[in-house]
Design a protein around this ligand. Structure first.
Ligand SMILES: Nc1ncnc2c1ncn2[C@@H]1O[C@H](COP(=O)(O)OP(=O)(O)OP(=O)(O)O)[C@@H](O)[C@H]1O
Ligand SMILES: [Mg+2]
Length: 403
């Protein structure tokens, strides 16, 4: 017997045959399959939508529930990311916890698709991409060449820089360029108030990564995980650091199959034991977005908003040192102004240069504070040239008077 759900599914399938990449149709079909109890088939489609960044944030939590129920953890994690980037708040912490628990308790190796973000998704920062290509991607893609000269890939790289400037995005793109799955680890997922549980969690995450290898493990907030041990409160932080050190040493010695990327906004607080050779021994400074990067970020933020293209150029020119997150604030504020106007006057004119200009009048770039602190570290503790990249950046920028 044909149910109404069935005939709708058949209708949508027929329509998709005519335009197979139509994302609206894909989404509708996925919903229809989900409603009809065909969870796995629905998730296959949701996975495609995730890959093309076409899954709406407001659907992400419900899809994640389904993915968790069916053990499709890669999809669940993709949904979590979409929900987080889309500003969903309700239920996010709970979902994260459930995914981590599911990951920690699953013994079957989880097939996880390679990361789809690529360097081309990262705006500007050409020099940085070149460095990362040489440092990480090529050794992975051409191990034979590197072996010939006694060099090898793998191991740990720490990305550092001001908040909201693309560390996470760049880490993803590195995984994408290598064609590897991306396994993010967040401190909140690891640290537990229960005795010994944090260490177990961390060890399990690495065990999981080994099962997934080759892959890129990304540890965010390295400074929080491995806070300089003498400053760390109590034993628990120290033990956690030790587990991470052991895991890193294991990674370094087994193969080049796990690449560990760490990120930190406070690299000077990262435990020195973690940055020794064989661990996070290579450091890459992720600068505030340059003009090209800002143009890409703004275009993306304004993708679905009717805006004058020249308005974007103006904002780019006026937002030196603004982080990606700062730019989001500019756009949101401009949109609020346009909405206020529409509500007051009924005039639903496009978001224009004046709205963006207005939004800029009282927003300041958040990276300047960071650069100021970085300058202090460069000046007072750069004996071993550890912060040379930051020093070079500061020298190249006319920011003395702004700092
Ligand atoms: N160069 C860039 N090109 C495109 N988008 C960017 C770029 N830099 C930042 N963004 C965007 O800005 C936002 C913040 O970036 P991201 O989360 O990667 O920063 P982060 O350095 O990891 O921040 P945090 O320190 O807060 O974790 C994201 O939406 C990201 O896509
Ligand atoms: Mg980040």
């Amino acid at each position: 017997m044909t149910t109404p759900g069935r005939s709708r599914i058949d209708g949508l399938r027929a329509a998709l045959e005519a335009s197979p990449d139509n994302e609206t149709l894909l989404l509708l079909l996925a919903e229809a399959l989900r409603a009809d109890g065909e969870g796995d088939a629905a998730l296959d489609l949701y996975e495609r939508l995730l890959a093309t960044h076409a899954l709406p944030a407001h659907d992400a939590l419900a899809v994640a529930d389904l993915a968790l129920a069916l053990g499709r953890l890669g999809v669940a994690r993709g949904c979590l990311e979409v929900a987080r980037n889309g500003g969903e708040v309700e239920g996010l912490a709970d979902l994260e916890l459930r995914i981590t628990t599911a990951l920690a308790t699953s013994d079957a190796p989880i097939a996880q698709a390679a990361e789809t973000v690529r360097f081309s998704d990262v705006g500007g920062l050409d020099h940085l991409k070149k460095v990362l290509h040489r440092m990480i991607v090529m050794p992975y893609v051409r191990p034979d060449l590197y072996a010939k000269y006694g060099r090898r890939g793998g191991g740990g790289v720490m990305l550092y820089g001001p908040p909201g400037c693309g560390k996470t995005l760049v880490a993803r793109a590195v995984a994408g360029e290598c064609g590897l799955p991306f396994v993010p680890i967040r401190i909140e997922d690891i640290v537990s108030p229960y005795f010994g549980a944090s260490e177990t969690n961390l060890a399990e995450v690495f065990a999981h990564a080994r099962a997934l290898a080759p892959c890129v493990v990304f540890i965010d907030e390295l400074d929080a995980l491995a806070y300089k041990r003498h400053r760390a409160e109590g034993d628990s932080a120290r033990r956690l650091t030790n587990v991470l050190l052991q895991a890193m040493d294991g990674v370094g010695s087994d193969t080049t199959d796990i690449l560990v990327l760490g990120a930190s906004n406070e690299p000077w607080d990262v435990d020195t034991a973690l940055v020794r050779p064989g661990r996070f021994d290579r450091h890459v400074f992720i600068t505030p977005p340059d003009a090209d990067a800002r143009a890409v970020i703004l275009r993306r933020l304004l993708r679905d908003v009717h805006t004058d293209a020249r308005a974007i150029d103006r904002v780019v020119a006026r937002t030196d040192f603004f982080s990606g997150a700062d730019l989001r604030a500019v756009v949101e504020r401009a949109a609020d102004r346009a909405i206020d106007r529409a509500l007051d006057t009924g005039d639903e004119a496009p978001l224009g240069a004046a709205d963006l200009d207005h939004a800029l009048t009282d927003l300041r770039p958040s990276t300047l504070d960071w650069l100021r602190r970085a300058r202090d570290h460069v000046e007072f503790s750069n004996a071993d040239d550890r912060w040379e990249d930051v020093a070079a950046y500061l020298r190249s920028r006319p920011i003395r008077k702004r700092l």
